[in-house]
Each structure stands twice: as structure tokens, then as C-alpha cells.
Design a protein around this ligand. Structure first.
Ligand SMILES: [Zn+2]
Length: 255
């Protein structure tokens, strides 16, 4: 697998446990029990992870004792660091002030790190909007000729303003409001520690608490926040780490 992707770790069978955690090289994530499957945990590999071989282990806790199981090895391959030179007008550039970026990050990641329930979807996800791909996950970014200061934490799809953005997979709406940098947006909780975010909308069409199925409307494509034209900035977050959304449209995370 590659930097910025996620993998599903399964401890199959009817393992008696109060809880289970999956670990890779300093990362630890809680697993959830799925009837007939076992303990499952999605593991994110960060965009900036060292490309090398990792060991996956699962710790199972039961009645005050725990046991560690070596599950597998995982080879992480590097993704080339392409640099995207973004040109922003002064109004947009002013919105990239550190204190505004901090508001966006704190608000989003407060949601993205909440504990979740069981996995709510099955099968590959659909694309949330029909349009042109306009920004890959993980490309390095410089603004107005400055140094590379960040990488792209989502996947961009350009579309006409007003195009409907739909849920790509089953989930629950946990956030629907405006942020200075990401603009108007919606966050879905898909269970199993997986969240997705939809940003720069011109109009939000979903309410917090609502259960959505694939194809249900979330809002309309717009250019709110820091944006150079109408597009969707789509994020997928696993256990608090941004991963490449496109993987989720191509992969069946089978148990
Ligand atoms: Zn984007």
C-alpha cells in the first residue's frame, strides 16, 4: 500500500474481549467488534509516513489481562511529492492567516476524532459529485510563489456552482456549518473511526443527526472559504488521520 492510504485489520473469529487495539509503529487505534466477522480496525498510513516495512499487532484486553497478536507485515510505498503552485487573490490569501487555519483545524478534528460506532457502509464508495478532478490528495502546495507550506489534505473535484453534492456512502451527519478557510461544509460519521468532509459549499442541504444513504444530497458546489473557483474539497479521515478519498471509491475493505 501507499502513503496516504488506509487498510483494514481483522482479528477474525469469536474472540472474547472487552476491547481490542491495533498498532503500527507508534500509531494505536481502537477496533470495533462486528458480529460474524471479529474485531476490525481501519488503520491510516499518513501521507508523510516513512516508506518501509511495518509490523501490525493487535492487543486484546479481557477481564484485566491482555494478549498481543502479531497480525501481518505491511509494506508502505512512497508517493512522488508533486508541487502544486496555487495563486490566490489578496482576499483569499488573507484567509490563510495562522489563527484562521487553526480555527478550521481545531473544529474539524474535534469532530474527526470523536469515538464512533460500528461500520455503517459496505462496498466501494461512489464519487460525491460529477465533475473534473482538480487536485489530488497529498500534493505539496505553495501559495503565491512562497515555499511549500503544506500538502493537500483532500481530493478536489471542480464542477459548476450549484451542482448537487451527495453522500458517497452511508453515514450520519455530525456537522453542518461554516468555517473561515474550508467554507460551508458537512461532516459524515461512517462508523469504525471513519469520517468524511465536504467543503466550499454554496448551500448546505443536510442537518446534524440525519442518517444519509449513498446518493442523498448534502449540499451544493460553491466557492466559499479559501477557494479559486467552484469545487468540492473532499476529505476522508480515519482515526483522526487524513487519507486519500479516491482509495475508498476503488476498494472493498473486505473482512
Ligand atoms: Zn482541496
Amino acid at each position: 500500500m501507499k502513503q496516504g492510504q488506509a487498510t483494514l485489520v481483522v482479528l477474525s473469529g469469536d474472540v472474547e474481549a472487552d476491547g481490542a487495539f491495533v498498532s503500527i509503529d507508534g500509531y494505536t487505534g481502537e477496533m470495533v467488534f462486528e458480529e460474524g466477522v471479529g474485531w476490525v480496525g481501519f488503520v491510516p498510513i499518513t501521507r508523510l509516513a516513512n516508506p518501509r516495512l511495518y509490523h501490525v499487532v493487535v492487543d486484546v484486553f479481557n477481564e484485566g489481562s491482555y494478549s498481543r497478536t502479531f497480525v501481518s507485515e505491511l509494506l508502505v510505498e512512497s508517493v512522488p511529492g508533486v508541487i502544486d503552485e496555487v495563486v490566490l487573490d489578496p482576499d483569499n490569501a488573507a484567509l490563510l492567516a495562522p489563527e484562521l487555519v487553526a480555527i478550521d483545524n481545531e473544529t474539524r478534528f474535534e469532530q474527526y476524532t470523536q469515538p464512533t460506532g460500528p461500520r455503517m457502509w459496505s462496498g466501494p464508495w461512489r464519487l460525491p459529485v460529477v465533475g473534473e478532478p482538480s487536485g489530488d490528495f497529498g500534493v505539496m502546495r505553495s501559495y503565491n510563489g512562497g515555499p511549500v507550506r503544506d500538502w493537500h489534505h483532500g481530493y478536489d473535484i471542480s464542477a459548476d456552482a450549484g451542482t448537487v453534492i451527495v453522500a458517497p456512502a452511508r453515514g450520519r451527519v455530525v456537522f453542518a456549518t461554516d468555517l473561515p478557510v474550508h467554507g460551508s461544509g458537512v461532516i459524515l460519521d461512517h462508523g469504525a473511526g471513519v469520517y468524511s468532509g465536504y467543503w466550499h459549499m454554496s448551500e448546505i442541504q443536510a442537518e446534524v443527526g440525519q442518517l444519509v444513504n449513498p446518493g442523498d444530497p448534502l449540499g451544493l458546489v460553491g466557492s466559499t472559504g479559501v477557494s479559486t473557483g467552484p469545487h468540492l474539497h473532499w476529505e476522508v479521515i480515519v482515526q483522526g488521520t487524513d487519507v486519500d478519498p479516491i482509495q475508498w471509491t476503488e476498494t472493498v475493505f473486505s473482512s
